[in-house]
Design a protein around this ligand. Structure first.
Ligand code: GMT
Length: 384
């Protein structure tokens, strides 16, 4: 049997799906007997306890006044990576989101020399499509990607966008390892009591739409509201908006103006919302861009069909006409039509729901994804 590896994982702990994926990989590796070290500013949100074999290393910055707003985090992070690599004899350093994590990893490797671990960079989305290609970061991000020992993306869309955005040849290896979901945690369960906690007067057959995100502009939260308003005009329903962020206030204002605020629940940031998700009828994701769409995957895993915009990596996750329905970006009427088409035909909804769950179980289970990352780590460590 191969010896256990010493693996460090760096991610944004509280920002979006990349931290969740990174945490899932770390926990999956620890379950297999590897030693896992999370190196980050804060413990990852989904790391509610520290299981056997998992350690958290906090990155702290000096509060020296001259350094304020000078962006010293990558230096502090690289220093912590060096410290952990030295004390824990790291085999692999797996960084999630290139800016600034891949650059910090490269800096640490320069210092560590021969003792350096292998560096794996997983790109997640805006680190390629927006931030990384911004002129302020492009040269260093491109260089850090090129200097990684392996690069992965969760979708073929993001692989191709990385090749083109950074001007890399298609021969530059980028392995697509799709994101995954814990299909036991995110499982079908049509228990409407969880919805009644949010809507005490919910009718027995009244449909519930749901959206889960960090409410950033890229999610087009006002499109969620517009789709809901159009559906509600034709078929009274409710909307649950899980999460929080800058677009929440405009959405609430829009709902008040439409006279629909009382039909919508905003439970805020929730870590345990799967019961509400599983009891809902349609998941809405009208995003401007998604390299993958982890929230949509969690909905599909619960057997909840997804109506989303046809952008980025979403079609790789949501099979149009099979597990969900896609529409052109910003076409809220088409999206509302898709939602109504599902809600008005119970048999059709059921078929979508069954196929959604089956497709997730077939293509996005956690174990095969962890197998792929483990094989990648072993390959790099063995020098093959
Ligand atoms: O890139 C971002 O904007 C944030 C990032 C995150 O940390 O959640 O989201 C990206 O990574 C997720 C996990 O791989 C994907 O599910 C999201 O689709 C992706 N977001 C974008 O591409 C906008």
């Amino acid at each position: 049997m191969s010896p256990p590896l010493s693996i460090a994982i760096t991610c944004f702990s509280t920002f979006g799906g990349s931290g969740m994926v990174a945490t899932g990989i770390g926990l999956g590796m620890a379950e297999r007997g590897h030693r896992v070290h999370f190196i980050a500013r804060e413990p990852p949100a989904r790391l509610d306890s520290l299981p056997r074999g998992v350690t958290f290393h906090e990155v702290t910055e000096s509060d020296y006044p001259a350094l304020q707003r000078s962006g010293t985090y990558p230096i502090a992070l690289a220093s912590k990576m060096i410290e952990v690599a030295n004390t824990e004899r790291l085999d692999v350093l797996h960084v999630h989101y290139a800016v600034p994590h891949a650059t910090a990893a490269w800096m640490a490797r320069e210092v560590l020399g021969e003792r350096a671990p292998r560096i794996v960079t997983t790109l997640h989305g805006t680190d390629t499509t927006l931030v990384g290609v911004h002129p302020s970061y492009l040269p260093m991000t491109r260089f850090s990607i090129l200097r990684s020992d392996a690069v992965t993306t969760p979708s073929a869309f993001l692989r191709d966008a990385t090749w083109s955005g950074f001007g890399l040849p298609e021969s530059f290896p980028i392995e697509v390892i799709a994101n995954f979901v814990d299909t036991e945690r995110y499982a079908p369960a049509r228990e409407r009591a969880h919805l009644r906690a949010l809507f005490p007067d919910l009718g027995e057959h009244e449909p519930v739409l749901i959206h889960v995100s960090n409410f950033r502009p890229v999610k087009r939260i006002t499109d969620v509201v517009a789709v809901f308003a159009e559906v509600h005009r034709q078929l009274p329903c409710r909307l649950v908006m899980v999460g929080d962020g800058p677009e929440r206030a405009p959405a609430e204002r829009m709902l008040r103006e439409l006279g629909l605020a009382h039909r919508v629940a905003f439970p805020g940031k929730q870590d345990r919302f799967m019961e509400v998700l599983a009891a809902s009828d349609v998941f809405l994701l009208p995003s401007e861009q998604e390299s993958f769409g982890l929230a949509a995957l969690e909905a599909l895993s619960c057997g909840v069909p997804v109506v989303a915009s046809d952008v980025g990596g979403i079609p790789e996750v949501v099979r149009h006409g099979d597990t969900g329905l896609l529409a052109p970006l910003g076409d809220v009427r088409a999206m509302a039509g898709h939602v109504l088409g599902l809600l008005r035909d119970a048999a059709r909804w059921k078929e979508f729901s069954i196929r959604a769950r089956a497709d997730v179980v077939e293509r996005f289970r956690m174990k095969p994804a962890i197998d792929r990352y483990e094989a990648l780590y072993r390959r790099l460590v063995s020098g093959a």
